[in-house]
Design a protein around this ligand. Sequence first.
Ligand code: FES
Ligand code: FES
Length: 152
Amino acid sequence: MNLFVNGKKITTSASLTMRLVDFLRENLELTGTKEGCGEGECGACSVIIDGELINSCLVILGQVQNKSIITIEGLDEPEISAAFEETGAVQCGFCTPGMIIASSVLLAKNPSPEENEIKKAISGNLCRCTGYTKIIEAIKKAGKEKQCGTSN
Ligand code: FES
Ligand code: FES
C-alpha cells in the first residue's frame, strides 16, 4: 500500500491492520508521535490526516491508503513551537507534540480563536503537568504571531 507521510510517498507491505501509531514510530522511526493511553483518550498520538486531527492509535494502515499524514516531525509551525517554549507550556513534554498538532489544526481553521474555542480544540489532548493555562496562552500567542507573519 501507499501513503504519504510528511510529504513523502511511502510504499509498505506492512500489515493493513497495523496501527498507524506503531507504523510511524517503529517502521518510520518518527518517535515524536507518542503513545499514551492507546485508547483515543489522551491525544498524545495526534497526527493530521488529510487536514484533520486524528488519534493515530485508533487508525490502522488499511484506513490511510493514499492519504496524507503529517506528524510533528513534518509540521512547519515555528510560531507555535516558539510560543509553547516562551510561555512555559512545555513541562515534561509528553503531551507537547500532540498539543502542537492540535494547535496547528485549530489555527489553520481559525487564526484568532477565543478561549472557549481553544479549550474545545485541545479537549482531546490531556496534559498532566501544566494545568492548561499556559498551553492556552501559547496558542493565543502563536495565533497572533502567525497573523503578524502573514501580514508582513
Ligand atoms: S495514545 Fe492515542 S489517544 Fe492516547
Ligand atoms: S507537559 Fe507534561 S503532560 Fe503536558
